[in-house]
Design a protein around this ligand. Structure first.
Ligand code: SF4
Length: 395
């Protein structure tokens, strides 16, 4: 539930999202349902006044308890219930518990906004965004934050975006110093969680943090496909996995790109199923460089305007071809998604001399596999994987 007009992180990833809205001059909430890691929540076309949310939520829980699936744990989600009986079917179940008519949705009050280091607040005071070390806090650190706000009579808010916000500052200054450049990045618990393969918070060191921060690019980094880092609801999303695709079993990341997350339009699409960690900085830096060349100021706008008019495989091969040639060739702006033949001709116009063409048949799939192995396989003497494969590199 959000009473904030700023969408600082995508709440459309939730099973249910009560989003600030207005109807007939009264503030309340529009209801969105069915979000999850790989899906955005859809409008239920319902407006609730503030005092109605609790009863509605109780009715939803009851309806889900009575009619939701218990067959498989992974399917115990509102999304699958909607998939099975439709949004109208779900609303009918909720209504029989709620025992009132629903009002149709109001005007959604949602703006994309960024919180700068110091932000002037409505009451004339300032807020300060303390960027945590990817949400790790030492006791000394929390003590110095507490001492500072006590002395300055300020307030502390722990953000769901892993930042700490200090509010009610009289001046835009503080003696506190953020330990990391992390305010647009959410990194999951990592090796504190049994599902993680690596320490996700440490693996953020493979990212071009300064560029990400400069362009306010939203990054979600999860340690597994469960997606606590909301990697498919951000501009650039990552899952830390392990792979032996390129030699020794070692760390790597799956990359997703271009979620239209601010208004819950779409989740991001996959760019690479696996990039070894040692190459991650270069790949993400190139992705950001191509964005810079486009002249767009906002990555989500760039995704909507440019990236979404290309197929996923084309984008993968375009990035690989740029890496292979050490170039940064901007993606031309298209009006709509074009045919495979068009994408082939565009690639040929820039990269005709490369040797991946022998692997392009009716799709780019084999060429992507060929070129990524060529670029990322560990070098050494072994003819396949070099040097000789040790079983696993532990982190
Ligand atoms: S994304 Fe996976 S590894 Fe990370 S906290 Fe969630 S369940 Fe654990």
């Amino acid at each position: 539930i959000s009473g904030n007009r700023s969408n600082v992180t995508s709440l459309f990833a939730n099973d249910i999202y009560f989003a600030l809205a207005k109807k007939d001059g009264v503030f309340g909430f529009n209801v969105y349902m069915g979000g999850k890691n790989t899906e955005v929540a859809q409008s239920a076309d319902i407006f609730l006044k503030e005092g109605e949310v609790f009863d509605f939520f109780k009715a939803l829980v009851e309806a889900f308890y009575l009619h939701g699936s218990r067959f498989s744990r992974s399917k115990t989600r509102i999304f699958h219930m909607i998939e099975e009986i439709g949004m109208d079917g779900l609303k009918a179940h909720i209504k029989s518990e709620y025992k009132r008519e629903f009002e149709s949705e109001g005007e959604l009050i949602l703006e994309k906004s960024n919180f700068s280091e110091f932000h002037k607040l409505k009451d004339g005071t300032f807020g300060f965004c303390y960027q945590t070390d990817f949400s790790r806090l030492s006791t000394n650190e929390i003590k110095s934050i507490a001492d500072f706000v006590t002395k300055d009579n300020a307030e502390i808010r722990f953000g769901i975006d892993q930042n700490i916000y200090i509010l009610s500052l009289k001046e835009p200054s503080t003696t506190l110093k953020s330990p990391a450049i992390s305010d647009t990045i959410v990194a999951c618990a990592g090796n504190l969680c049994p599902y993680a393969v690596w320490s996700i918070k440490d693996e953020t060191s493979y990212l071009p943090l300064d560029k990400i921060n400069e362009h306010r690019i939203q990054v979600g980094f999860s340690g597994c496909a469960k997606g606590c880092g909301r990697h498919r609801h951000t501009d650039i999303g990552l899952i830390g996995l392990k792979t032996n695709n390129f030699g020794d079993t070692d760390g790597g990341a799956r990359i997703f790109l271009g979620a239209l997350h601010s208004e819950g339009t779409s989740v991001g699409r996959q760019l690479f199923s696996m990039v070894p960690f040692v190459h991650l900085h270069k790949v993400v830096s190139l992705v950001i460089e191509l964005f810079e060349l486009s002249g767009h100021r906002d990555f989500e706008e760039y995704a909507k305007d440019i990236l979404w008019n290309y197929s996923e495989d084309f984008l993968s091969l375009w990035v690989l071809a740029n890496l292979e040639t050490n170039r940064s060739v901007m993606l031309p702006k298209l009006d709509t998604m074009k045919s495979f033949e068009f994408e082939v001709s565009l690639l040929k116009s820039e990269f005709a001399e490369l040797d991946f063409w022998q692997h392009v048949d009716e799709s780019f799939f084999n060429a992507i596999s060929y070129l990524s192995k060529k670029l990322w396989t560990i070098e050494g003497e072994d003819p396949h994987y070099k040097p000789k494969i040790q079983r696993t590199n532990f982190r």
